[in-house]
Design a binder for this molecule. Structure first.
Ligand code: ZN
Length: 474
């Protein structure tokens, strides 16, 4: 048995590492730093998250594609800002066998430069637009900061959608649809988030603007779990993604992307797990209900028969149930499945069977009770909904509590560790940099969704400022 070394509230960093290890989500012993092995349990959760993403992609009529991992240097270097942004982060393939390559190949850090030469062949006329594609693949970035499982790795499990549109208006409609997609996925994984338009100096290399999707960790630092970008024609011009309009005019496509990574899983661990172990949202739990039989010598057969039937009924109705019929004692079983974060535990003893009920315990808040064994499927489904709603509400309330509103910089020495702040900013980069430099904290951006706000720039005092959020990041 592993004794926890750290408490979540006291040492988040250590606690996070410990929690990932205890639940066996990945194996970090692979001999390349930052490239971890997905173990069966961790991979299963990630696949359930991917399934939620694929459902949303299908709903919004994006087609799944799968592009090669290797990108020729000649294609990679076509968009100047993009390559500048990734220059120090990419891995190169320089040889084929013993022969040096004429054109070096890059391991994709993201797939713009792999996809867009092909998009230029696929997009010919306005009838080909919008083009909506996505893929879920691994990408590679040479991360120089300290690596951390699911949060900062060098081989990244990556979802990316790439779209082409006739004009800016249609591309921005896509960004709005992306917001719906993000909302649906974050509801399934019970993660509260904010959408902030990044500052110009922090946007994605090559983008016109970037909408960052952030959540907050229990140490008050934000974790970017995804981002949506409007590219305008910044990529379509160098890559010649052009089409003939209805009037026969040659025009460049307007493009967008939406990206999310395994950080979604990192966020679930960081936000919801506790000192006992994982706490998984029902939608992505590999085991949604564990059934633990509680029997004495004289009723073992009866209890086990009932439990087997119960598991069968739940499974036939699409619920991921598991009967723990191992020889371990009930207490040891409770402990094991709590570490794994199973949302709901059913306990079945002789008296429960007599009373026509199943006893349950919720992982998220410890609540216990009974549900009628006649309507166990409906009861379980209803409880999943309640659990998901409660998990999201609890996390959202906690995250709002990290933010302090600032009216003035006067008398303020620093932003305390673990706190975020909201204040007015005129939009002038000079004021933004002044704020970031003084407090060593990052401006995450202005709200993507319009908010009511009136105020002055906290730095220069100019009227008509926009609200911005600033925080330290993971
Ligand atoms: Zn200002």
């Amino acid at each position: 048995m592993v004794i926890p070394l750290a408490k979540k509230e006291e040492d988040f960093g250590e606690w996070y590492i410990e929690t990932c290890d205890k639940a066996q989500l990945c194996d970090k012993r692979y001999p390349i730093k930052g490239m971890n092995v997905w173990t069966p349990y961790g991979w299963r959760i990630m696949r359930d998250i991917d399934a939620a993403i694929r459902r949303e992609m299908e709903r919004t009529e994006h087609d799944e594609v799968c592009f090669p991992l290797l990108i020729p240097e000649t294609e990679f270097k076509k968009e100047k800002d993009h390559i500048k942004g990734f220059d120090e982060e990419v891995y190169w393939v320089t040889h084929a066998g013993l022969n040096p390559l004429d054109v070096r190949l890059v391991l994709r850090p993201t797939s713009e430069t792999a996809m867009y030469p092909m998009f230029s062949l696929w997009v010919r006329s306005h009838a080909d637009l919008p083009l909506k594609t996505f893929q879920i693949v691994n990408t590679f970035r040479y991360e120089t900061k300290q690596t951390r499982a699911f949060m900062r790795v060098r081989e990244i499990h990556f979802f990316e959608s790439h779209t082409c549109h006739e004009d800016k208006a249609d591309a921005e409609r896509q960004i709005a649809e992306d917001v719906d997609i993000v909302d649906a996925i974050c509801k399934e994984i019970c993660i509260p988030y904010s959408l902030l338009i990044r500052t110009d100096w922090d946007k994605f290399p090559g983008a016109v603007y970037t909408v960052g999707i952030d959540t907050v960790m229990p140490n008050g630092r934000t974790l970017q779990i995804g981002s949506a970008h409007y590219y305008g024609t910044n990529f379509s011009k160098p890559y010649e993604i052009a089409y003939e309009t209805e009037e026969g005019v040659h025009a460049y496509a307007h493009q967008t992307t939406l990206g999310m990574t395994e950080r979604l899983l990192g966020a679930v661990i960081g936000v919801h797990a506790d000192d006992e172990g994982l706490v998984l949202p029902p939608a992505i739990a590999p085991v949604q209900i564990v059934i633990v039989p509680i029997f004495k010598k004289d009723n073992e057969d009866r209890v086990m028969d009932f439990c087997r039937t119960l598991e069968d009924v739940l499974k036939k109705n699409g619920i991921r149930a598991k009967l723990d019929d191992s020889d371990a004692r009930p207490g040891a079983k409770f402990f094991e499945w709590e570490v794994k974060g199973v949302p709901l535990r059913f306990e079945v003893g002789g008296r429960d069977i007599d009373n026509g009920v199943v006893s349950f315990a919720r992982r998220d808040n410890g609540e216990k009770g009974t549900i009628s064994s006649d309507s166990v499927v409906e009861g379980a489904r209803m409880m999943f909904k309640v659990i998901a709603k409660d998990m999201l509400a609890k996390a959202a309330a906690k995250q709002e509590g990290y933010i302090d509103d600032l009216d003035t910089m006067e008398g303020l020495e620093s932003i305390p560790e673990g706190r975020m702040c909201r204040f007015g900013w005129c939009g002038n980069p000079e004021c933004g940099h002044t704020f970031e430099d003084k407090y060593d904290i990052k401006i995450l951006g202005t709200p993507y969704c319009p908010v009511k706000w009136s105020g002055r720039c906290i730095v220069c005092g100019k009227d008509g400022a926009k609200p911005v959020i600033a925080a330290r990041t993971m």
